[in-house]
Write a protein that binds this ligand. Sequence first.
Ligand code: MN
Length: 168
Amino acid sequence: MGQKILVVEDNELNLKLFCDLLRAHAYVAEPVRDGREAIATARAFVPDLIVMDIQMPHITGLELIEQIKADEELRPIPIMAVTAYAAKGDEERIRDAGAEGYVSKPISVLKFVGAVRALLDAAAARATAEAGSEDPETEEAAAPEGETAPEEIGDDDQDGDAPARDVT
Ligand code: MN
């Protein structure tokens, strides 16, 4: 079974886009439309990664990231924030809240998938290091920085780069 990714996103179009994209890359995607259900669903689903929208009604992604990172059980799960915020300092605020990765909307399909993969690889390397096995020579596989996520030349998916979407 593929790695499991929880997708927390109030916008239906984005939620479908992210889940379709992840499933096309053999991940198991679990959608959460209401941020108030994110914590309970994370406990039940036990994801390998959480994709977190920031702008949501009822509870913001920033608040959810802080709650997750304050939770003994959920803390190790890497979080990739996805946000339409473009203001200076927003990425820093998101990282301060505890998110390991950050991608801005409208997303680039290649950057989105590349960032997901980088975070999962980094988490796997951490787990290996903690298990005391092989030398983790994967320092550079750490969380991707904003727009500098690895490009995937020759990725074999057929969906190409999606058109820009302005929804949040
Ligand atoms: Mn939103």
